[in-house]
Ligand binder design. Structure first.
Ligand code: PMV
Length: 310
């Protein structure tokens, strides 16, 4: 039996602008993981969830989720393996379409597990490459930030087409991750931003550049860990994402509720129009902020400590 897993991710600053060449900061969120188990089986290759639901099987295309079947076939093709008579089980605690990188985490764990099953050793760069290709199935023009942070499982500053840089975090800090309960496929807000860029090129390019400038300032605030400065940048980043049209009334309400309850900062995280809001909190305020988020409509809240880096 082979078991591999990969974490969820959180974009701390810079989503959307990163698609258009600006930097962004992302963190792994290891409390939520996608886990793949591979066992020999008497039947043909089947990819199922732990509750037994068939997700994808090359010999049963009509009963397969088309996207997951494509992901599976892409990985098999890129690994040049012909997996037969194996059962692949997915056990994922990462909610889908809510900005936490569920698709990239599943593809990462699947790639590693299938490679190991075939006796292939595979570098992180190779996994990253394959997962990036599966990401294009989900949303056409991914920046590559999700696959990179998930495969490397470390905090990084990512700019499209460049080597990711490690992010220095001077001291641990606490984030609340609040699920709005609304779901939106990544490609919808990503296309909306692209349209806005075509319709209003100068104004939109300026917003994207302003987000890029926030990322540079955030990177310095993390390096000396100044929660008030970092938090203010989160509120600013959220406001700019609102101007890009990727927030929603509920996400704005959640950010507002966190702010009123004393969060140092809050913003949507991921593609937006649904999904999660993250809030930077001092430990003493965490319960109050969590309660305020719940009252404002969050359906689920995770409290996570982001570790310092060297
Ligand atoms: O798929 P999500 O919701 O984690 O969004 C990824 C971040 C975006 O910047 C919106 C898209 C991308 O490819 O970078």
């Amino acid at each position: 039996m082979i078991r591999e897993s990969a974490p969820a991710k959180i974009i701390l600053f810079g989503e959307h602008a990163v698609v258009h060449g600006q930097p962004a900061i992302a963190l792994p969120f290891p409390a939520l993981r996608a886990q793949i188990t591979i066992r020999e089986s008497a039947t043909a290759l089947e990819f199922r969830s732990v509750n037994g639901t068939l997700l994808a099987a090359p010999h049963l295309p009509k009963r397969s989720d088309p996207l997951l079947l494509q992901v599976l076939l892409t990985i098999l093709c890129r690994l040049r393996i012909d997996a037969r008579e194996v059962s692949v089980l997915l056990d994922s605690g990462i909610p889908q379409a809510c900005g936490l990188g569920s698709g990239a985490a599943i593809a990462t764990a699947l790639t590693r597990a299938l490679a190991r099953h075939a006796g292939r050793s595979i570098s992180a760069a190779e996994v990253n490459d394959i997962v990036f290709e599966t990401e294009t199935l989900f949303h056409g023009t991914p920046s590559g930030i999700d696959n990179t942070v998930i495969v490397h499982e470390s905090a990084l500053c990512f700019t499209r087409g460049m080597e990711p840089l490690p992010v220095r975090i001077a001291r641990p800090f606490q984030l609340l991750v609040a699920d709005s309960g609304d779901r939106c496929a990544t490609h919808i807000p990503v296309s909306a931003v692209r349209e806005q860029l075509q319709l209003h090129p100068e104004e939109t390019a300026m917003i994207l550049e302003d987000i890029g400038a926030i990322v540079h300032r955030a990177s310095r605030a993390l390096a000396c860990m100044q929660p008030p400065a970092l938090g203010a940048l989160m509120y600013d980043n959220h406001a700019l994402l609102g101007k890009l049209g990727v927030s929603s009334p509920l996400l704005d309400d959640l950010v507002c509720a966190a702010r009123s309850a004393g969060a140092a900062g809050a913003k949507l995280s991921g593609a937006g129009r649904g999904g999660v809001v993250i809030a930077l909190v001092e430990e003493s305020r965490a319960d109050d902020v969590a309660l305020a988020l719940e009252e404002a409509g969050a359906v689920q809240i995770w409290n996570t400590t982001i570790q310092a880096t060297n």
